[in-house]
Ligand binder design. Structure first.
Ligand code: ASP
Length: 331
């Protein structure tokens, strides 16, 4: 019997802001995760491919300003937005990725088009934008990505000349008067200044195929031109029916140095260990050796799902076809 189709998603990992926990914000995150999982579940229930399910889930996460991808992406040191995304099909090992784009509304859809329509795997900057336009994607004005909450967060981080990390969350604790209710506020469950808000999805479909997708605005106040793990096949995204599908979130530089997503698949293939053991080793043993913080989501062709992280929290969830979605934020 075929294992039940399943989808898992993440909306970034990070430090929990315990002192300022806001039940309403928490509720908004759970509701958003549930909606995305339900949409992915629907794709899988109607016989859709794992590739279709992860594309749709990540597209919805990109459109949601609560997460750092697409609308609501973080700011670079130049006050701009540079987006990265990647996608991989475990049944063919085909992949597509774009990075450093500034006018692509849904980077994951363009990455998917790279997978389907190009002989290349990855496009960057102006070339990626040109590819998107040639493929019929309407460019958006860069103001589309702007949210007041991310802008405030950037001004604070920039004032301290940091690249998002190790910022004192308490300085970001004042409520934003008149803030847009749809946007993240300083009361969100995970400290906005100590969070990696990348989004991702992995899925197994009814046909036994897996796929993975990852999309991000990167890290707040990053230097222009900086590229993280999210668009790199093997670092932030990997899928192979023979082993598993993986999407990561965290300190991208460390995930790149550990080739984190591929390492999960490689450990399963070469060490013969389970999905859970391989993913746990990468997140709990290997990444911490170089101070790598964050987590990943992974699924294998048997329908096993694992969502390990070494931070205090990770926005995450999974849904098997025919079963209510499960969402979680904390440990
Ligand atoms: N991994 C992403 C990057 O380094 C950040 C994140 O996960 O939010 O660009």
């Amino acid at each position: 019997m075929n294992p039940t189709a399943v989808i898992a998603i993440h909306g970034g990992a990070g430090t929990i802001l315990r002192t300022l926990m806001d039940p309403n914000a928490e509720q908004r995150y759970h509701a958003s995760l549930t909606d995305v999982l339900t949409a992915g579940q629907k794709v899988l229930a109607t016989g859709g491919s794992a590739l279709d399910a992860v594309s749709e889930a990540v597209r919805l996460l990109e459109d949601n300003p609560l997460f750092n991808a697409g609308r609501g992406a973080v700011f670079t040191a130049d006050g701009t937005h540079e987006l990265d995304a990647s996608i991989m099909d475990g049944s063919t090992l085909e992949a597509g990725a774009i990075c450093c784009v500034t006018r692509v509304r849904n980077p994951i859809l363009v990455a998917r088009r790279v997978l389907e329509a190009s002989e290349h795997v990855m496009f960057t900057g102006a070339g990626a934008e040109a590819f998107a336009v040639a493929q019929g994607f309407e460019p958006v004005d860069s103001s589309y990505f702007h949210t007041d909450a991310r802008h405030k967060q950037w001004l604070l981080v920039r004032g301290q000349q940091r690249v998002m990390l190790d910022h004192d969350g308490a300085t970001f604790s004042a409520p934003s008067p008149g803030g847009d209710a749809e946007e993240p506020t300083p009361h969100e469950p995970i400290d906005p200044n100590r969070k990696f808000g990348t989004v991702g999805a992995v899925a197994l479909d009814q046909h036994g195929h897996v796929a993975a997708a990852t999309s991000t605005g990167g890290v707040t106040n990053k230097q222009a031109g900086r590229v993280g793990d999210a668009p790199l096949i093997g670092a932030g995204c990997y899928a192979d029916d023979a082993t598993c599908a993986v999407s990561t979130t965290g300190s991208g530089e460390m995930f790149m140095r550990m080739v984190a997503a591929y390492d999960v698949a490689a450990q399963m293939a070469y060490r013969g260990v389970s999905l859970e053991e391989a993913a746990g080793d990468v997140v709990m043993n290997r990444l911490p050796r170089i101070n790598g913080r964050g987590g990943l989501i992974a699924v294998d062709a048997l329908g096993n799902v694992t969502l390990p992280f070494n931070t205090e929290g990770m926005y995450r969830g999974f849904a098997r076809v025919g079963v209510a979605p499960v969402t979680a934020i904390y440990r």
